[in-house]
Design a protein around this ligand. Structure first.
Ligand SMILES: NC(=O)c1ccc[n+]([C@@H]2O[C@H](COP(=O)([O-])OP(=O)(O)OC[C@H]3O[C@@H](n4cnc5c(N)ncnc54)[C@H](O)[C@@H]3O)[C@@H](O)[C@H]2O)c1
Length: 368
């Protein structure tokens, strides 16, 4: 399989996303080159990955062969590493092990790991370098690219964080062999989002593949296309002051549904429902072209994602949108998709938004 390199041109913070590197040695070599001279490297790994993936330990060993003073720290599994306490514990461990300002971090794991590692790197000694090796589909196409890092607090998910770009992202789709189907499908929700907001041909590819096992070369191309969408948006608006908000398509309602489910739904599953809601709203407002809602409902369902909004848009969910970070005063900056590959942002008053979402969800074809 060809190695693909996608540049992320951000001036002094530029880096590359490498897709389908040729195994652990190649990944380690590329990371060593991207990090340059460092005084020591801490490799932070999702602690369950060693049991789950036979690829994790060889990667740690390959890094140890090519980078100075490598030590491994296992992080709490998945989302549980995204706490301020876990960040403090990582920073304590780094200090105890003598990592100084010339040190660097390498993260191996899903989006939770890359958020933890990126945030720890952003604040330890006021900022050190880091690289990530995303091991879930969601992390490859979304979380590891773009430099948004952060952790959860009691008031909500991702409310404490920093912008801190990595020096390199190494996405080896072979890691996905061990990913449970439900996690894989959740990552696909972000791929569909990328297609909807910016790359109509990506949707065609998914429609041609969905339901069957995706050949490795097609999967690598799908990941590449989704990463390109994210990179284009990030490069246009690194700090989310404007255009980057289109990446929130499906997320305003999705986050609310995710929180209301007590996080029983995976992020991507909630985003699937959030995209259905956004397409239904767009259709009701005359913005979204006829037929797109039904087409995407069919695609998301074939990818194994939830599409049934029935009983989801209850008052509790709609109220949760009020604490969503995308709310600016009383108008919500809501992302709508007029046609595949195009996204627009409309300011919609919160009351009007709630009313229209409810009405739109009741008018869904046979309420889906
Ligand atoms: N910073 C951003 O821009 C951004 C964007 C999107 C999502 N996120 C964050 O990403 C997180 C979700 O990421 P995620 O879905 O990758 O979740 P995750 O990191 O929690 O991983 C999900 C599960 O998969 C397991 N896992 C990881 N790699 C595996 C592999 N190769 N094989 C088998 N199991 C594996 C993990 O142990 C975990 O249990 C959320 O915290 C979300 O807020 C951040």
């Amino acid at each position: 399989m060809d190695v693909t390199t996608i540049p992320v041109p951000l001036g002094p913070r530029s880096y590359e996303v490498c897709i389908a590197p040729a195994g652990a040695a190649d990944m380690a070599q590329k990371i060593a080159a991207a990090l340059g001279k460092s005084t020591g490297v801490a490799v932070l790994v999702d602690s369950r990955l060693h049991q789950l993936s036979p690829r994790a330990q060889p990667l740690v060993e390959a890094l140890a062969e090519r980078l100075p003073r490598v030590r491994r720290l296992d992080l709490p599994v998945g989302e549980s590493c995204k706490t301020l306490a876990a960040i403090e514990s990582t920073c304590d461990w780094l200090a105890e092990n003598g990592y100084d300002r010339g040190a660097a971090l390498v993260g191996i794991g899903g989006g939770a790991t890359s958020d933890h590692v990126g945030f720890a790197a952003a604040i330890y000694l006021r900022g050190i370098a880091y690289a990530t090796c995303p091991t879930t589909l969601l992390a490859m196409v979304d979380a590891s690219v773009g430099g948004k890092t952060g952790v959860d607090i009691a008031a909500g998910k991702n409310l404490v964080g920093a912008f801190h770009q990595p020096r390199a992202v190494m996405a080896d789709p072979a890691f996905l062999d061990s990913l449970p189907p439900r996690e894989f499908a959740a990552g696909m929700a972000e791929v569909v989002k990328a297609g909807l907001i910016s790359d109509a041909s990506l949707l065609d590819t998914l429609e041609a593949q969905a339901g069957a096992a995706m050949p490795a070369a097609v999967l690598a191309r799908v990941i590449e296309a989704a990463v390109r969408v994210k990179v284009d948006v990030v490069v246009a608006d690194e700090r989310e002051s404007g255009r980057r908000a289109v990446l929130n398509f499906g997320h305003t309602v999705g986050h609310a549904i995710e929180a209301a489910s007590g996080f029983q739904l995976l992020h991507g599953e909630a985003v699937s429902l959030g995209m259905i809601a956004a397409l239904a709203l767009g259709t009701a407002r005359g913005v979204t072209e006829p037929g797109l809602l039904a087409r995407m409902t069919a695609l998301l369902a074939r990818l194994g994602l939830p599409v049934d909004l029935k009983d989801r848009l209850v008052a509790d969910v709609l109220d949760r949108m009020e604490v969503d970070k995308k709310r600016v005063s009383d108008a919500v900056r809501f992302v709508l998709v007029p046609r595949p590959g195009q996204a627009i942002i409309e300011g919609i008053a919160l009351d009007e938004l709630k009313r229209q979402l409810l009405a739109a969800s009741f008018n869904l074809p046979s309420r889906i």
